[in-house]
Design a protein around this ligand. Structure first.
Ligand code: ATP
Ligand code: MG
Length: 283
């Protein structure tokens, strides 16, 4: 692991990025959020938790030196596969595409993986896990272990219906009550808020749970452009509307952490000043 241990008793926050329906923008959002949080000075680990169909490396144009497929179940554990992503300012725990055995991990191996992610919160302010779409057991388990469920949906009715199913199972699994929703690919923030309220009303009425709106992200042709060029949005198009939306989301989701002296809670380093996206302020 490349980050030093957290100074105080505070742990970082594990955020699970999930969705019911696939292709809603989880991986793009997880990468851009990690980038924006790192630019604010947080120590961030991005885990490619789409086990067996990993594609953070594709979106970032990186070739992993090692990945969890070779480390899961070993004595060193999955964190031995952590490596830096220098242009992004965060560390990265790669998955492996086409590794079918990762989608059907044995209970003990899955437990080791969850333990590794928890252990990572000792060293990072934020650990972001980009999950597979849907309700397969590994995604459910990681989501249920997380401090925050970051549920991504579009305003498409099928996406909202599937997001509702994720909320239902997350509650049944005893997951954290911090359930934050992002409505992605919206024409306007107002349209995104309307979609969120539809979902939230159903969750409150039928499940008795109250998700919160973490933010909306506008549909933006530059997103596709950055993915095609395998470059982070905040590097290639820092002024894009979608970039602004995710920088705002990062501000909302950046955890506070305890400073060594005085014990008062302060925002993580750099949080008061979002600064220009696109790189670590301390780089
Ligand atoms: N805000 C946006 N504006 C325009 N296009 C977007 C936006 N967000 C995501 N996309 C497009 O959606 C596509 C899918 O994104 P991504 O791979 O991140 O989704 P995913 O939810 O991780 O998919 P999967 O469920 O297969 O893992 C991308 O090709 C991207 O171009
Ligand atoms: Mg994905």
């Amino acid at each position: 692991m490349t980050a030093p241990a957290n100074p105080g008793p505070e742990r970082g926050r594990l955020i699970a990025v999930a969705s019911g329906k696939g292709g809603v923008g989880k991986t793009f959002l997880a990468i851009t959020l990690a980038h924006a949080m790192a630019a604010r000075g947080s120590r961030v680990l991005l885990f490619d938790g789409d086990l067996g169909l990993a594609n953070i490396d594709i979106q970032l144009g990186l070739v992993p030196a090692r990945d969890i497929a070779t480390h899961v179940g070993t004595a060193a554990g999955v964190l031995a596969a952590v490596q830096p992503c220098p242009p992004c300012g965060f560390d990265w725990l790669p998955g492996r595409s086409g590794a079918a055995h990762l989608t059907a991990l044995a209970e003990t191996t899955l437990a080791q993986l969850l333990h590794g992610l928890r252990a990572a919160t000792d060293r990072y302010d934020v650990v972001i896990a980009d999950l597979a779409a849907g309700i397969d057991p590994p995604a459910r388990r990681i989501a249920a272990t997380a401090d925050t469920l970051l549920l991504v949906a579009t305003d498409d009715p099928t996406s909202l219906t599937d997001a509702y199913a994720v909320l239902k199972l997350h509650a049944a699994d005893g997951g954290s009550t911090d359930r934050a929703v992002v409505i992605n690919q919206v024409q306007s923030p107002a349209e995104g808020r309307r979609a969120f309220h539809t979902l939230a009303r159903a969750a409150e009425n039928f499940l008795g749970i109250t998700p919160r709106l973490a933010g909306t992200v506008r549909r933006d042709p530059r997103v596709r452009d950055t993915i095609r060029h395998q470059t982070p949005l905040l590097t290639r198009h820092p002024q894009a509307p979608a970039a602004a939306d995710i920088v705002a989301l990062a501000r909302d989701l950046t955890p506070e952490r305890r400073v060594a002296r005085g014990g008062e809670r302060v925002p993580a380093a750099g949080a008061a000043d979002p600064g220009p996206p696109g790189g670590r302020k301390d780089a």
